[in-house]
Design a protein around this ligand. Sequence first.
Ligand code: SF4
Length: 496
Amino acid sequence: MKVNLDINPKYYQSVKDTLEILLPEVELHYIEEEIDGVTVICELDTSDGIEVNSYLKGDNPLEENIKDKEILADIYSEDDFSKRIKERLKLSLYRLLSKYLKKKISPWGILVGVRPTKIGHYLLDRGLDYQTIDNYLEDIYGVSKKKRDLLLGVIKLERNYLPNPKDAKNKVSIYVGIPFCPTRCNYCSFASYPIEKNRRYMPDFLESLCYEIEKIGKVVNELGLEVDTLYIGGGTPTVLSTRELDKLIRLLKEYFVHPKLREFTVEAGRADTIDKAKLELLKDHGVKRVSINPQTMNQVTLDQIGRRHTVEEVIESFNLAREIGFDNINMDIIIGLPDEDISDVKHTLKEIEKLKPDSFTVHTLAIKRASRLKKNLDDTDLSSAREVEEMIYLTEELAKNLGLIPYYMYRQKHILGNLENVGYAKPGEESIYNIIMMEERETVIGLGGGAITKLINPENWSLERLYNPKFPEQYSSEIEERTIQKISKLRRFYIK
Ligand code: SF4
């Protein structure tokens, strides 16, 4: 559907960017382009607060009106006023066009960003209470009651774990990326290379990683930074042999593990990489949380998405981890996997319920550009938005039955049904690293393949990113130069 939009040109691009995500079937053009299509007029009056009137002309005329005097309150600045104008224009036009297309409004309203919870934290920092934030999310962004409850519940819980600006100055979390997996899942867009084809890069990669850990570890200690959480992810870290894992963790412990460390997680994501010796090693080294991720408990789907492990292996690995004494085990699943319907999801959830994980992360499938799935989309049967919503409802019920509550959440571009990913956990078993990483309120130093370092300035929570190369060969060949750069950035950032 082509739309000629008559709007103040100052706001056109921002409105277009959001509306084209929310309504991909709409092709917006600025009025002067005069293309064939419907014409929408969007009038803005800022003489007394903000008033937006949007009209759609033609055989079936429609209109939407929004008045906002709340923005005149003392707490708001000029910047807030300008931001609010854009939000009002977007909401008005989104409602108008959805009405015209007879489309349901997204449960997230006009919010299209990855981290909607950041808005909640920002408003809390400005002194707003939870009720006012609830009203704000509904009125300004059009967020549904269900999603507001989710968001507010999450930020309330996260506040218990997030460092305050003073503490955040000297705390860091460490992320270690192992960019190898047994095979590449077809929906994957992470730094991950199938081990069989890429094994020849492993020795150099590990040597480079040890080099990076030692160099950065020394600087972290020299700067007096306190390591808050340690997370080994990837890829699949347990693709390493027991000996390799042992060497890696010993080195990490030398620099980053101390009595105040709040969390030590290792992703043991793929059941085909886990055995008793590795789990015992992790336990002996003080790893507190492991993640064993089935994604689905349907063998046909596992085969189809290229995971090359069995449902039985997932169950065995989970039980083994329990026997060895892990009392914080996470399981990840994905909703909306190709060719899965409600009954498949019910089956997965039934199997997970039997295992009783301590935390449970529900991802809604997102079709990412770098995935094989994106390339084969035409041959794939994906669930409708309504089906996905129903599946998500079932996951919420399971979480409740297991006594797990939502503790972090995020959204992704091209996510099915315009929904979200939610991490649930038993109270006290939340992954602090996940919260910190999502809310970007503590520096994370990334080491290893594809790892991202985020230097967070607690004065205004702004951030600076540094990227490690994803491909192991490039990571190894550039390690010295990049480590020097990282060290100088860290020094400049912390010695002011
Ligand atoms: S296990 Fe995870 S990181 Fe590895 S290929 Fe699959 S989705 Fe990607």
